[in-house]
Design a protein around this ligand. Sequence first.
Ligand code: COA
Length: 153
Amino acid sequence: MNNYKTIIADAKIVSELFEFEKICFEHTADRFPKRNLKHLIESPTSRTLIIRDENGQICAEIIGLIRHFKVASGRIYKIGVRPDMKKRGIGSYLIQTVEKWFKKSGMKKSCAEVRESNMASRNMFEKNGYTNTGLRIFYYAGGENAVKYWKTL
Ligand SMILES: CC(C)(COP(=O)(O)OP(=O)(O)OC[C@H]1O[C@@H](n2cnc3c(N)ncnc32)[C@H](O)[C@@H]1OP(=O)(O)O)[C@@H](O)C(=O)NCCC(=O)NCCS
């Protein structure tokens, strides 16, 4: 899956991205307020990538963070594909694209947290080389556990 063009988001698309997240994320807690989206778009340690469909509408998003911890590591903070565009490899393509930015930024590892019940996302991360390293109990608002995934880049 490499026919899609990723675009680095800028602050002009905050409202559009906000609307996209309403369609894409089932849990309201997983949708970000506009001010958070703007901050993430503008922060030098964060990158928001989007893909547009043939009509110019946003159909996928990923937000990656770089962290200069003891082991420099990227974090996939958010990923979403519009329901009608799922299962075409777009999520995997976005992961691979953000990992390239992580590597270019000197990150040695990549991680993500996923709702324990979210088998689509868990399978996607596992298919892309991420290892389940255990649960983070009561991680999400409402009490759902997260599975923590890590990958060496
Ligand atoms: C999770 C999500 C991003 C996957 O995006 P996608 O573009 O459909 O993923 P891909 O097409 O790259 O799929 C890669 C692999 O993930 C797994 N997968 C994807 N959707 C799945 C599903 N509904 N059920 C089970 N496994 C699934 C499969 O192993 C798939 O590989 P395959 O197609 O060879 O079987 C998408 O379902 C989504 O946006 N969900 C709603 C938002 C969300 O939950 N985000 C993740 C928060 S951490």
